[in-house]
Design a protein. Structure first.
Length: 276
């Protein structure tokens, strides 16, 4: 069985280092001339998939924007995941789960077990109940060839108050997360299946990402103010493992398929230049 790290490495080599987020904000539905209901959600997600799923390495549906429509929204999420995979994109479900023991195992079953209709190639998780509490997700990912992206240094301005806090050993909370994930990924080739989320907006923070040996998802580009030129300061020598992620910057070009594709090309050109 191919690991997520292997599949991601191959997808980026073939399609380029880009993740496009599917974030059906109410404001975007309105901008696209769609109603803020399940039919608008369905049309929006289907259009994004049709426009870019056959050309980007990774699509990242934001679960919250589907869940807000209840079970019918989750049904649209299921179709979006399936259609994205059929078109050849890897699906990173941005669901930011985090819990303990059997509850975390149930989340892992929901999102990483192929028996589930929500099964994705990878998910995002929050480590703030302790990285060890995420073990069921890591085990499920290993068993099924999936990936897990752990929040480390997030793109929002509230993040540093928690993530830069220094613990008893003199390391920041974020560095502890980074180091624990690095240990699990050690030795994996070409890339480990555990990734980290590190925002493109955070600047140079002094955190050491050099041993991660896994993908570094970089949200915060475009609408949140981050630019491809910011990536070098944030990631330094780890630039080669960065997976830049754009949502609104691309989505606001819709609903025209041609315009969505052009926006995707434009941001991909920008990040290719920055990543070298
Ligand atoms: O630190 C983080 C972690 C996740 N996100 C998510 O990424 C997208 C960003 O959307 P944009 O429209 O490109 O700003 C969104 O789904 C966030 O929940 C993040 O922004 N920062």
């Amino acid at each position: 069985m191919e690991t997520f790290g292997e599949r991601l490495h191959a997808a980026v080599a073939e399609r380029g280092p880009l993740c496009v987020g599917i974030d059906p904000h109410a404001a975007l539905l309105s901008r696209w001339g769609l109603p803020d209901d399940v039919s608008g959600l369905e049309r929006f997600a289907r259009t994004v998939v049709e426009a870019v799923a056959d050309r980007v390495a990774v699509l990242k549906p934001q679960s919250a924007f589907f869940e807000r429509f209840g079970s019918r929204g989750v049904a649209v999420l299921e179709s979006t995941i399936r259609q994205s995979k059929e078109a050849g994109a890897l699906v990173l479900l941005d669901v930011k789960r985090g819990d303990i023991g059997s509850t975390m195992a149930a989340y892992a079953d929901a999102y990483l077990n192929p028996a589930s209709t929500l099964c994705s190639d990878a998910i995002t998780v929050s480590p703030y109940l302790g990285v060890g509490s995420l073990a069921p997700a890591f085990e499920s990912a290993a068993a099924h060839g999936g990936g897990v992206f752990v929040l480390a240094l997030t793109s929002n301005p509230e993040g540093p108050a928690v993530q830069h806090a220094v613990g008893a050993g003199g390391r920041t909370v974020a560095q502890t997360v980074i180091d624990e994930i690095s240990q699990v990924n050690a030795g994996a080739r070409p890339l480990g299946s555990l990734g980290l989320v590190v925002g493109a907006t955070i600047g140079e923070t002094g955190h050491d990402l050099s041993a991660v040996n896994g993908p570094l998802l970089a949200p915060g580009l475009g609408a949140q103010g981050g630019t491809p030129d910011d990536l070098r300061a944030v990631f330094g020598e780890s630039l080669h493992n960065v997976l830049p992620s754009y949502s609104r910057e691309v989505l606001s070009a819709g609903p025209s398929i041609a315009d969505l594709r052009a926006a995707t090309e434009r941001v991909l050109d920008g990040v290719r230049t920055a990543l070298g």
